[in-house]
Design a protein around this ligand. Structure first.
Ligand code: CP3
Length: 337
């Protein structure tokens, strides 16, 4: 079994700190930008198994990482469900949500639209060293709802007026998102993925009184589905602050990715019976190197008595130098010795 899965499943004594980076296959790498330049349609690129597999493996060619993450996007599910997805300078843009189209979607049509993702996983798993974990992922139901119904204002707050407009349909929409997420998860698993990460990037926008309804319960349903299948799962409910504790106790995932707002000591003392992942602020990778490496040491030391996977508190920023990633990996490995 690969190192990262051992850490997640905890059937083994802690022996090392596996390392990978969210958004490790992406815009900070010149070899990615080169491919992207001649592939202007991002979703089409995700659906090209040869290229997406090549991109997934690019960071592992350069760096001594313990995991590859499949090159795709959380928005591939809304795409499979019938929405058009494009990207411009301000971020993703989805065509208007159509409740009728959405209600009519069935499993076969959905899978047909996104089938190449599974082919890419098969190719990637075949080419990847057995010691390395292949991570698949989905967006959290709430986060997908935000994108599908366009519920976020330009200043990254919840558009409450719009949210209320949909209020009597939201339970139905979330139930169907859950159904198709499970289909997508099952296919990623059977194609060779070793673990799953749930990116609930906009959890921080959920009104306090609705945390159970929109974060804890939907994530728990997916976690239980994965656990029944013996598929290790890492949750990333970004922006939950102190509610990370209630989340872990209720959802019980194998792993929890902390964001850069969470102090590592607080996570160590409050998040129990779970493998902790991440936390380092991606902005630190753009600044003073000495400060960065001392913070890397601090993370590794804080978690030296628990199961910890080194990662960031959010994705690698596009301005990050590949050299910086190399230095962090070297430092984490030195801490082990
Ligand atoms: O290396 C990897 O992590 C693998 C692939 C991956 C991408 N997106 C590729 C991508 C993963 C795991 C994601 C997850 C994702 N996508 C999230 C959750 C993580 C997070 O950042 O909070 C979210 C919210 C999205 C939706 C999304 N996709 C946005 C907001 C954007 C535009 C801005 C940005 O962050 O890059 C994308 C586009 C996207 N997804 C790119 C890549 C490499 C950039 C595309 C480009 O080249 O323009």
């Amino acid at each position: 079994m690969n190192k990262l899965n051992k850490c997640l499943i905890k059937r083994y004594h802690k022996s090392s700190v596996p390392i990978w980076f969210m958004r490790q296959a992406g815009r900070y790498l010149p070899e990615f930008r080169k491919i992207r330049k001649s592939n202007s349609d991002f979703i089409k690129l995700c659906l090209n198994p040869t290229l997406s597999s090549k991109i997934s493996l690019q960071p592992l060619k350069r760096f001594n990482l313990d995991a590859a993450i499949i090159f795709s996007d959380i928005l591939i599910v809304p795409y499979g469900l019938g929405q058009k997805v494009t990207f411009n300078k301000t971020g993703p843009k989805l065509s208007k949500f159509d409740l009728q189209d959405f209600s009519r979607m069935n499993e076969n049509k959905f899978l047909k639209k996104i089938e190449p993702v599974y082919k890419s996983i098969k190719i990637t798993r075949r080419k990847l060293n057995k010691e390395k974990c292949l991570i698949s992922f989905v967006g959290g139901p709430w986060t997908l709802l935000i994108y599908m119904l366009d519920l976020k204002k330009k200043n990254n707050t919840l558009n409450i007026r719009k949210f209320k407009k949909y209020s009597n349909k939201i339970d139905f929409i979330l139930k169907r998102i859950d159904k198709f997420l499970k289909i997508h998860i099952n296919k990623q698993m059977s194609s060779g993925a070793d673990a799953l990460q749930i990116f609930d990037s906009w959890s921080g926008l959920i009104p306090k009184a609705k945390l159970h309804k929109y974060s804890f319960n939907p994530n728990k349903k997916i976690v239980q589905y994965c656990k029944r299948k013996g598929f290790p799962v890492i949750c990333f409910p970004k922006g939950l602050k102190k509610n990370y504790k209630g989340f872990v106790n209720f959802v019980k995932p194998n792993g929890i990715n902390i964001d850069y707002d969470i102090k590592p000591e607080w996570a160590r003392d409050n998040l129990k019976k779970v493998c902790i992942q991440g936390g380092l602020d991606p902005k630190l990778l753009l600044g003073n190197e000495k400060k960065l490496l001392l913070t890397v040491d601090k993370f590794v030391k804080t978690f030296s008595n628990t199961h910890y996977i080194f990662n960031l508190g959010h994705g690698i920023l596009p301005q990050t130098k590949p050299r910086t990633i190399e230095k962090i990996i070297k430092r984490v490995k030195e801490n082990e010795n």
